[in-house]
Every structure is written in C-alpha cells, then in structure tokens.
Design a protein around this ligand. Sequence first.
Ligand SMILES: [Zn+2]
Length: 447
Amino acid sequence: MALQNIGAGNKDDAFYRYKMPRMITKIEGRGNGIKTNVVNMVDIAKALGRPASYTTKYFGCELGAQSKFDEKTGTSHVNGAHDTAKLAGLLENFIKKFVQCYGCGNPETEVIITKSQMINLKCAACGFISEVDMRDKLTTFIIKNPPESKKGSKDKKAMRRAEKERLKEGEAADEELKKIKKEAAKKKGSSKDAVSKASSKKKSHNSDEDHSPTGSQADEHEPAAAADDSDDDIQWQTDTSSVAAQQAIQQQLNAVTAGMVMLSANEEKSKSGKNSPRREVKPRVNGQSNGVKSVNPQEELVETMKDYIKKGSPVSELKSFLESLSGTPQEIINALFEALFEGVGKGFSKEVVKKKNYITAAVQEEGSQLMMLHAIESFCGKASPEAVKEVALVLKALYDDDVLEEEFIVEWYEKGLKGENKGDPIWKNVKPFVEWLQSAESESEEE
Ligand SMILES: [Zn+2]
C-alpha cells in the first residue's frame, strides 16, 4: 500500500511517523449519474482516527455535492466527477480542521463533543484542547453523528497498535521512496528511463485497482520534474493538477503547519552543522581525567561523549563505553543526553526519535529509566523554550517504543512536582501526557 505523511506540512519529512494511504479514486457512471468513488476512504479514515462518514460528508459539503458513505459496504461516493488531487486537497483541509492538534500539530487526537455542543479535539500527545470552528458545515453532521463513545480505551489501544504498524509500514515506504529517488537521480542523464521506472513503480502500487494510469502518462512529464521531484511523480495520479493543489494547500497553511515547515528547515540547518570540523577535545577516559581540575568535569564528560558519538561507534558498544567513564551513572546519562541533543530547539522530539538507539542502549536496566528521565529534566533546565515545549512528545515517543515505562514516568513526575525544580516549566508541559498515560492505562486493564 502506498503511504504518505498525514498533514500537508509534513509531506517531505522522511522521519514522520503518522502515515495514511494515498487516495485512490474512480469515476463511475456517466451523464447525470456520474460520481466519484473514493476507493480507499475507509483505510484513509482509519489512519486518521475518524469515521469514513465524516470525510465523505466533508467532500460533499465542500463541493456542494451529494455524498454518501455506505456503512455496510464501506463505499464512499461523491456525486460528480472530481479528480484525485482535488479531493486530496480537500482531505488536507479536513485534517487541519478536524484531525491535527492546533497546539502541536500531532494527528493523534480524539473528537469530543462538549455539553454546550461544541466540537473539541483532545491531543493525545500534548493534551491541548483544540476548539473546532463551528461555522464549518461539517460540524452539524458531527454533532448529529457523534463518534462512538465509551469505547475509548479499546480505541486508544487500537490506535496505539495501529500507530506502531503505520510506523513500520511507513519506514518501509520511505525506504522504497529513497531507492526510487536514487535510481531516478542516477538516470538523470537518460531521463526518459527515470520516468518509465517511476511510472512502472506507480503501476505496481496500484495494480490491485483498475485505476492504473495509461502508458501515455509518462510522456506528459517534464523530464526535469521526474528527476528532481519524483515524490510527486509517485504520490499522485494526475500530476499537473496536483502541483496546483499542493500550491493551494501551501497557501492555506495555518500557523501550526507553517511551524512544521519551519521545523524541517531548522533540521536542514542542524544537519549542515554536523559537518563542521570536530572540536579538538581529547577524550579523557578514567585515569586520564584524574587530576585535571581546570575543566568542569561534567562538560568534559559531554565532550568525551560527543567524540564517541562522532566516531560512529556501534550502538552495541555504548553500554561498555559508558561504564568505562568516570562519574556517577546519573552524571554519565546526563552527559550522554546533552551530547546527543545540545543546542536543539524546535524539532527536539524528532531528534530524539532519530537517535533513540542511543537512548535505548543506555536504558537497559529498569533503574536507569528514572536516570534517563532525570537527564531529560536536567537537559530541559538548560534547553531552549522551544525544545522544552516538546518534552511531552519526547516522552510519548520513548513510551511508545517501550524505552520508558509508565510507572517510572509517573514516579518521576510526582516526585518532580514536590522537588526542588517544582517551579520548572517542564512539569506543566508533561502534565497532560502523564494524565493521559494514567487514564489510558487504568482503562486498558479492564480488557
Ligand atoms: Zn498536541
């Protein structure tokens, strides 16, 4: 199944974990009875955690056309002939209004209808409550057809499981895309080849639907576009209109998605930063560091750690390397965390996901989970406010990957609230996540 990132602003982020299937549509009937079948609406809606009836109705509302989602057969129809790019553009608007958290942009939210009949989205990652604009026509439909309630715990569990699967599938899809891109770049000279490669790939993606593009489509492509922008070539079925749709989406970026675009720009910067010449700090291991009092030992540990990371030594050796260092286990974990993420701002949680192998390797015993949490706390004490804002996302990512367990997160949080750093902004940022964790866990025990 061909997947793409959820949210237009995340389109080019190869590390984004939330994926949905690319839309496939089919024109059916003719004349007055012509209609568009969104073939994989159910799968897309599932990935978004929304009923397929919402997305189908949204298309109808936006296009001023009749629409119908058949619960029994799972078919989604919109009257009239609409091309895939147009509907995909509308779906992006739906995601921005009814799926993504307005606070952090995370698509894992729950629809809540308040007592006063307002629609809120509760974010599972940061706890933010987004208030949906009730002037949108779809809100009437949602109020009349509320999401199934009280299945919350099962849904949450299922969502988490689905999320993990999506992650796996997504990684595979990203790998495949990279391969295709590489091949296309290689054949830049003979760009005709690249085009046919990409389009034959596309055909194989869609081969189970009688919707594969005709052979003549390859000729419509600008050769340069095929080589540089093979993403578009693969994702969309009607390229020329999808470019226009993408541009329209870009123009509609709200503050949240604009922030995400900024975020990927920042990442570019930090990537280029990695190529800067290495600092001339000699690693001082054990005995060597004895007697050196002019340097702050913690800073020295951080530098040693950075050198180790730069060398690209296998993560499997990290544990024994950490044990070879002088300092308390807590100091060493603090130094590791700082070395990995020093200077990070917006995009902190993504960096953590990228480098989680190091964290996993350092947190092999249960006792070290608390130390890792303290390391995160200490890091946030020095980090930029943008980074601290993402601390809940960081914890959630590590929780999802079973690096950090609930009991330790809760213990750390409760002690932290009473501890000497209790005034720290970190606790306020972590609070919704801890509450979510506790509610999700106690509900799932009923299963
Ligand atoms: Zn959020």
